[in-house]
Design a protein around this ligand. Sequence first.
Ligand SMILES: [Zn+2]
Length: 407
Amino acid sequence: MCISRAHVRAQSLLASLCVLALWLYARVQPRAVPMAKRGKCEKPSGSQTGASRKRARHHLTTLARTSHVSQSGLAKLAESFAKDGVPEHAGRFVQYKARKERGATMTPYGPLVDTMDLPCEKKGKQRVGIQNPLAMFFQCCLVSVALSGLVMAKLEDHPLPWNVIFYVDGISPSDTMTMHDRRSLQAMYWTFEEFGQENLGREELWFEVASLRDSLVKDVDGGLSHVVKLVMNQFLFGPERSFAKGMHLQFHGQEAPTTFLAARLGCILSDELALAEMLLCKGHGGYKPCLLCSNVILKMYYYLFAGSDWPVPSTTTDMSKIKLHTSASARETLDRLAALKDELPKGQFEEREKLFGFTYNKHGLLWDPWLAVDIASTVMFDWMHIYLVGGLCHVSSRVTCVSFGVW
Ligand SMILES: [Zn+2]
C-alpha cells in the first residue's frame, strides 16, 4: 500500500506544482528573442519599442502554424536556441540520424535502444524499437552524478533484490475527443520501489521501455497482454537479459563496473483499463469486477449465486466478508481456466471465464510459465488515475486553469 500512497502524494504534489507553474507562466509574458547562430546569442534588448514588441509577439503566434507544436514545446525550443544557438542542420533526416546514433550507444547490456518483433495478425511481423532497461540504467548511472549518488545511498538502506515497478498507460498526443484516434499509444515505464516515495514523484526516475501504437498492439493475438509478456521476457526478466539475474553498475567517475544490483518484479501499476488489457481480467464484463478479490460478485449478477454463502455482492460494506486472492488461489484459478480450455465447449468455457473473471489467451502475460506473474503480490491499482481523473479534482483543476486564462 505504501507505493500507492506514495504515488498519490507524488501526483497531488505534481498537480499543485503544475497549477503554480501555469499561474506563473500566465503572468510572465513570453519575450521574443531574435534567433542567433550558435555562439552568437543575443540577450533580449530591454529597449524594444512597442511596435517591435508587437511584431515579435505576432511572429511568435505564427511559428507553430504550419506544423503543430504545443505552446510549452515552442517555449522550450526557443529557450534552448537562445541558450545554445540554432543547430546548423535540423531537418527530419538529420534528427532521425542523430536519434539513431544516440540509441545505438553500446553498453555491457546491449544498445540503449534495441528492437523487438511483434507478431501482428493483419500486418505480419512488425519490428519496433524498445528502450533497453538494463542498458539505459547502466548508462544513466555512468553519466549522472545525481543518479549515482541516489543509487549508492539507497543500496546502503535496501538489501537486494530490489523491486521493479512496471507501469502501463494509454496516452495520446491528439485531441481526446477525436473519433478514430490513430495516434494513441500504449506507453510502458519502469522504476525501482527502493527509490522511495519522494523520489518516485520525479519523472526522471521513471524510465521508458516502449511507446507502441495502439493499433499495432491490438493487431497482436492477446493484445497488450501478449506484448507486455514479450517485453518482460526479452528485456526485463527473461532468460537472457534480466534484472533477476542482476547487473553490475559503473557509477559516475568509476573506472569499471563495481556494484551488483538485482531486482524482481515487485509491482504492476496501472489504471483499471490498462490492467484489464494487460492481465486479461474481465472487470465489469464478467461476474467478478476485481481481479484481487476471490468472492466479490457484481451486484447485478449476485442473484445467480443465491443460496451460496461464498460470494458477496460488490455493494457490500462489510470488508470482513471479502476474501482476497492469495498467490496460491490466484495461480490455481488461472491454471484451472487454462486446463478447461480444451475440455469444455466454447459456450460453457466462456461462462467459466466470466465466473473466474479472466479471459484466457495462451499468449497472455499471466499464463507465461517463465515469468509466473503473481497477481496477488504485485498488482496495484493506480489510485490517482482511477479516482482523480474525470472527477472533482480533475474538473476543479481545469476550472482553476481556465480562470487563470492558461487553458
Ligand atoms: Zn478487490
